[in-house]
Design a protein around this ligand. Structure first.
Ligand code: AMP
Length: 377
């Protein structure tokens, strides 16, 4: 379904399985955040059998990023995420826009595959489907699924129009140097982004904020300004002093009816929560609460592993740190630490014999002799 990503991911998983057979593999699906979309958003108006027989529907992508930045935006808005309506724009080499209502994805621009939606670096985004048979009539060699996939995924978008580059920096440089194809590529790109954002004001019936993230969204004040220039009707008022390279957070004036935030995405943090089996807490990352009373002992222990994996200390002392976990989850936590923190020395204190298998050296207290015995494990 994702021809640019899935083959690479699958060969990586196979290689790890072969070379590191004892290491647990964890897959975090970029489509998971979009499973909350209503049927009206995820179905296509094609014969029902395409859906029932082949599961042809919208799955979306970049879910981890949309989830993370919408939570950050709710924090900046100072409101519980349940009370927010946010349009998130992940604008990188791949581009997707999501309508997030109360913290849940209710529509997103990428479709069955990441080819749908907005124009991208090398992908078309949405097209009139009649273009495919029209081109096949004129170029019979295009009557080949792989050929079509290749042209629309790898030879289109900014690259297809500019005939120069898929990199926005090159497109902007070309445009500024008077290259008309680069200028057209830029204008088409901005136009498609703006239309999708405007569309989601309709899906959400208004929005509190728009978020820009990823390579272009975070770094290009010029693209943001061009897109937002055509959305002033919605009450968006950009502050040119804030909409500059390097500024993170709100880029609008105090009077702006809709806030626009630049938020660097952090898909890794959401993935770590998922890997430590508390992915469902990602939506609460910015909720202040008496967490030691809200979370179970096991959840608190898994959260502690997430913290360790973020901070990557050189030494990690784990004092009964898995006492509330079952042995299988304990093994997953230790495998994660071992895999993701290969240079860290881990010292565990505990009564469980299962801990031995994760360490090389054991220190055992001999109460009778009042001594400590060192043993290789
Ligand atoms: P990503 O896929 O999120 O890594 O984003 C890659 C895209 O970000 C490429 O098209 C880059 O040209 C673009 N990008 C990175 N920095 C800048 C910048 N300062 N101005 C414009 N585009 C940028």
């Amino acid at each position: 379904l994702a021809p640019l990503h899935n083959p690479g991911a699958a060969s990586g998983i196979r290689a790890f399985k072969e070379l590191l057979p004892d290491i647990t593999s964890v897959a975090v699906f970029d489509t998971a955040f979009h499973t909350s979309m209503p049927e009206v958003a995820y179905r296509y108006p094609v014969p029902n059998r395409y859906y029932t027989d082949y599961q042809v529907r919208k799955y979306g992508a970049h879910g981890t990023s949309h989830q993370y930045v919408s939570q950050e935006a709710a924090k900046l808005l100072g409101k519980p995420i349940e009370e927010t309506k946010i349009i998130t724009a992940h604008v990188g080499n791949g581009v997707s826009i999501t309508a997030v209502d109360g913290g849940k994805s209710v529509d997103t621009s990428m479709g069955l595959t990441p080819l749908g939606g907005v124009m991208m670096g090398t992908r078309t985004g949405d097209l009139d489907p009649a273009i495919i048979p029209f081109v096949i009539d004129r170029e019979p060699e295009m009557a080949d699924a792989e050929r079509i996939r290749h042209v629309f995924n790898k030879e289109s978008g900014l690259l297809g129009i500019s005939e120069k580059s898929s990199d926005m920096r090159d497109i902007i440089a070309g445009k500024n140097a008077g290259d008309e194809k680069c200028a057209l590529a830029y204008d088409l790109y901005v136009d498609r982004l703006r239309k999708y954002i405007a569309q989601y004001f309709g899906v959400l019936n208004g929005a509190d904020a728009i978020v820009f993230t990823a390579g272009i969204g975070e770094n290009s004040a010029e693209v943001r300004a061009s897109v937002l220039d055509g959305l002033t009707w919605f009450g968006i008022e950009v502050d040119p002093e804030k909409n500059v390279f390097g500024h993170v957070g709100d880029i609008t004036t105090a009077e702006s009816a809709v806030k626009v935030f630049v938020i660097p995405t952090d898909e890794e943090l959401v993935m770590l929560l998922e890997q430590c089996r508390i992915g469902y807490l990602a939506k609460d990352l910015y909720v202040e609460a008496d967490w030691s009373h809200v979370l179970s002992g096991g959840e608190q222990q898994r959260l502690a592993f997430v913290r360790a994996l973020i901070y990557q200390p050189s030494w990690l002392f784990l004092d009964e740190a898995t006492s509330a976990l079952d042995e299988e989850t304990e093994a997953v936590m230790y495998k994660l630490v071992e895999t993701l923190m290969p240079d860290t020395t881990i010292v565990s204190i505990g009564h469980r014999s299962s801990l031995s298998s994760f360490h090389q050296i054991g220190l055992f207290i001999d109460k009778g002799q009042h001594s400590v015995i060192e043993r290789a494990l």
